[in-house]
Design a binder for this molecule. Structure first.
Ligand SMILES: Nc1ncnc2c1ncn2[C@@H]1O[C@H](COP(=O)(O)OP(=O)(O)O)[C@@H](O)[C@H]1O
Ligand SMILES: [Mg+2]
Length: 240
């Protein structure tokens, strides 16, 4: 029986997104179901961020239809999105997480325990009282992950969360993403980093110039890409 309380699958049917005369996404059909992480892959400008914004309900299709768990609207509170650069309030690390929980409507009495649990999951409990904006970029991204995970989302959308991080910080963030996925949260993540896609992807959605060029399980995508563009990307060539 279908789970009536779920926002999954997220289903896009013939979805186009236009801004003026520009077609940003062109007739995308896609279903995002529970399971291993879905990596949205493609060169800069291919439409990855726009696709995530549509899934988050932050943009509306110019054509076509999106549904969440079979409904036309998503339920507030069960989706979380992270951006390339974390947005930190000018407050302590702990307050950043607590503020997110307050916004999500969690009763005050439960907030402290939930915050502490989330910060310990990302390895930052000892920095709880520091001003969040003074942390390194990687630590801030982990705070953003804690803020998202504390709300116990069903779906976690990540827009190139490691694009401005060094390898050590990237690894720490990837470990948290893997842990979240293994705990049953559906992860949908945009990346243009081939190595990262190999490390994290259960399935790959490959975009080129706003079109869904290829969609496959990660091993098929890397071992048997079926389009020239995907083959070039897998080889590490520049795909424009
Ligand atoms: N609001 C907008 N108005 C006009 N063009 C846009 C707008 N948003 C995105 N675009 C264009 O759409 C294309 C896809 O953008 P984006 O989804 O950010 O791609 P990606 O995340 O893969 O780099 C880009 O060429 C971008 O300039
Ligand atoms: Mg982008």
């Amino acid at each position: 029986m279908r789970d009536l309380s779920s926002d999954l699958p997220v289903r896009l049917e013939g979805v186009s997104l236009r801004a003026g005369a520009t077609t940003i996404l062109d007739r995308v059909d896609l279903s995002i179901a529970p399971g291993a992480p879905t990596l949205i892959v493609g060169p800069n400008g291919s439409g990855k961020t726009s696709l995530l914004r549509l899934c988050m309900g932050l943009a509306t299709p110019s054509e076509g239809r999106i549904s969440w768990g079979g409904r036309d609207a998503l339920r507030p509170g069960r989706l979380a999105m992270l951006f390339q650069r974390p947005v930190m309030l000018r407050r302590s690390v702990a307050d950043n997480v607590v503020y997110g929980l307050a916004k999500a409507g969690l009763p005050r009495k439960q907030r402290m325990a939930r915050m502490e649990e989330a910060l310990s999951r990302v390895g930052l409990l000892e920095l709880a009282s520091r001003p969040a904006r003074r942390l390194s970029g990687g630590e801030q991204q982990r705070v953003a992950l804690a803020r998202a995970l504390a709300r116990e989302p069903e779906l976690l959308l990540l827009d190139e969360p490691t694009a401005s991080l060094d390898p050590a910080a990237t690894r720490a963030v990837e470990e948290i993403i893997t842990m979240a996925s293994q705990s049953g949260i559906k992860v949908v993540m945009a990346s243009h980093d081939l190595g990262q896609v190999r490390r994290l992807a259960g399935e790959v959605v490959f975009l080129v110039r706003g079109r869904l060029c290829e969609r496959a399980g990660a091993s098929d995508f890397f071992d048997r890409p079926s389009t020239l563009e995907a083959a070039a990307f897998v080889r590490g060539d520049l795909v424009i």
